[in-house]
Design a protein around this ligand. Structure first.
Ligand SMILES: [Zn+2]
Length: 316
């Protein structure tokens, strides 16, 4: 599983990403140590419910613009990958929450964002109980990593979805006033997605708004899945495989309702995140929650850090 794959950008001194050169080194490492199976071998193994020894396939989450170059590289190497696209940004011209947090912290650092977040919470309608909770955990402002952790904690656990959206709207207004333009530079365009499919890449669904599915009721989960597939069908009518992957991943990120919807929709297979190989049992009983490793579990997969962050680590 891959996310950001890019070169460093001075404008984002705190951003964490896999350097494109490390990605290429890792692909060649996999080529030497594993069996990169073809699309048809993989689909066959899913259908026959028989794992292939030492097999490897690559997946890419979040529809990031980075993935166009990655796809071109794979195609040149005679390889393929599955690219899981969240469709919300194509309708709202806004970044997903998870990416808004990455760009805010990546460009301005955790301390700056924490201070603004604190001010926003005080000035906005979000009062008392959240601010109380918030104050109890406000500490270690000297440490940028601690501040980053705290920003994520507040946004992800202290606020409900609507409040989180509102607060992120305020932060984005201040730091990235032209979010529609940022969005265009951040995600794959529909044309790029189509051209990746023509290169032999598989296009999969990754929900509309990238929520934690287990926190949603059946109807909302159903909409998230159906509407994502629907828009991707418009983008890439020729994409014949129906595959999905859970935002965030892990057993806690989905529930029985999610599995029912995927089965009802005849989804061929789905990926979760669980650091182990796919075995025969998975192919028979867990086709809609196949395990998957993060690229950082393998050589060359460690994240590169923005310049500021690297400096800070060197000095500490
Ligand atoms: Zn994701």
């Amino acid at each position: 599983m891959y996310h950001y794959i890019r070169e460093g950008d001075e404008a984002y001194p705190w951003f964490r990403y896999l350097h494109i050169e490390d990605f290429k080194k890792q692909v060649s490492y996999f080529k030497h140590h594993y069996n990169f199976i073809s699309k048809s071998e993989f689909f066959n193994s899913i259908e026959q419910k028989e794992p292939v020894e030492d097999a490897a396939i690559l997946t890419f989450d979040d529809g990031l613009i980075d993935h166009f170059e990655a796809a071109e590289y794979l195609a040149a190497e005679g390889l393929w990958g599955i690219f899981y696209i969240p469709t919300g940004p194509y309708q709202t011209q806004k970044l997903l929450d998870v990416h808004r947090i990455h760009v805010l912290i990546g460009k301005y650092g955790g301390q700056e964002i924490l201070l603004t977040l604190e001010k926003t919470l005080r000035e906005s309608y979000i009062q008392n109980e959240y601010v109380d909770k918030f104050e109890k955990v406000t500490y270690a402002r000297q440490d940028n990593d601690a501040a980053t952790k705290q920003v994520k904690q507040i946004l992800n656990y202290f606020l409900d979805y609507q409040q989180k959206d509102d607060v992120l709207d305020v932060l984005m207004q201040k730091y990235f006033p032209d979010e529609a333009l940022l969005c265009k530079d951040f995600y794959l365009s529909p044309t790029q997605i189509k051209s990746m499919n023509n290169m032999g890449m598989v296009i999969g669904a990754h929900s509309v708004t990238h929520p934690v599915f287990s926190r949603l009721d059946y109807a909302t989960q159903n909409n998230e899945i159906m509407n994502c597939f629907k828009l991707l069908d418009d983008f890439v009518p020729s994409n014949s495989i129906k595959t999905f992957c859970y935002p965030y991943g892990g057993d806690h990120s989905f529930n029985e309702d999610t599995l029912m919807i995927l089965e009802k929709e005849n989804v061929d297979f789905s990926f979760s995140v669980e650091q182990r190989d796919i075995n025969a049992h998975d192919l028979i009983h867990k086709k809609q929650a196949l395990p998957r490793y993060d690229c950082n579990q393998f050589p060359f997969g460690q994240a590169s850090m923005g310049l500021k962050r690297a400096e800070m680590m060197a000095n500490s």
